[in-house]
Design a protein around this ligand. Structure first.
Ligand code: 4PL
Length: 244
């Protein structure tokens, strides 16, 4: 494929975990990936491994979001794919969720999705083509306790997919959600969610710990030309932990 025909993707939160695996999967499919993360050095490392481009980005910062989207258009000329992966994943019981923590989770997990999606759909709409994949979570199906703010944002992410698909469809853009279960990512393994495997793995139909590369192929499919007839949907990728 000539360089000018190469698809361009932005993946948020791609310095580690599920985001890094998605970036690698898209690159293996021949996509030029813009690896964005609040951790700019981590984004550089991932981008170097996959011949991508790194951009430091806190998705909750409106000025940075518009600057990065503008840079991508100026440098690469197009944006075909957006993967909304960046998120805070706290484990906090309801009584301990302060309004400050609530607002911070809404700001990153929900406002961040609004900001970059709004900027990118403007570019995709002019091109008449686009693929947007929101990384949700099966916690919205399972009602996983001790992260009600997180679960609320993941429900909202699925709500956005359903609410926006009709407007975007007229412009050649699809928008879908992928809802993983618990995944052995750096973020989960380094925090209190790691204890969840003992409870969740026996409920799965496939009884091992999920890893980031178990999620990435589903995202790459929905981000591909082949998924043209799929929009407004949520694909649960959790080894059958939840079944509905
Ligand atoms: C089942 O999305 O889906 C823990 C942490 N357990 O972030 C998640 C389950 C976590 C999940 C998630």
């Amino acid at each position: 494929m000539s360089e000018k025909d190469q698809r361009v993707a932005i993946v948020t939160g791609a310095a580690q975990g599920i985001g890094a695996a998605i970036a690698a999967e898209l690159a293996a499919d021949g996509v030029k990936v813009v690896v964005t993360d609040i951790n700019g050095a981590g984004a550089e490392e991932v981008a170097a491994r996959i011949d991508g481009v790194a951009k430091q980005l806190d998705v909750s910062d409106p000025d940075r979001v518009s600057a990065v989207v503008g840079e991508v258009v100026a440098e690469l000329g197009r944006i075909d794919i957006l993967v909304n992966n960046a998120a805070l994943v706290p484990l906090t019981s309801w009584d301990d969720i302060t309004f400050e923590e609530w607002r911070r989770v809404m700001s990153v997990n929900l406002d961040g999705v609004y900001l970059i999606t709004h900027a990118v759909t403007d570019v995709m709409g002019k091109a008449g083509y686009g693929r947007i994949v929101n990384i949700a979570s099966n916690t919205f199906v399972a009602g996983t306790p001790d992260c009600a703010h997180y679960v609320a944002t993941k429900g909202a992410s699925i709500g956005l997919v359903r609410g926006l698909a009709g407007e975007l469809g007229k412009k050649g853009i699809t928008i879908n959600a992928v809802a993983p279960g618990i995944i052995a990512s750096e973020g989960v393994l380094s925090g209190p969610h790691a204890a969840g495997f003992d409870y969740v793995v026996p409920m799965q139909a496939i009884n091992r710990r999920g890893v980031p590369s178990d999620v990435a192929p589903a995202v790459a499919f929905l981000a591909s030309e082949k998924a043209e007839w799929i929009t407004g949907q949520t694909l649960v990728v959790d080894a059958g932990h939840t079944r509905n």
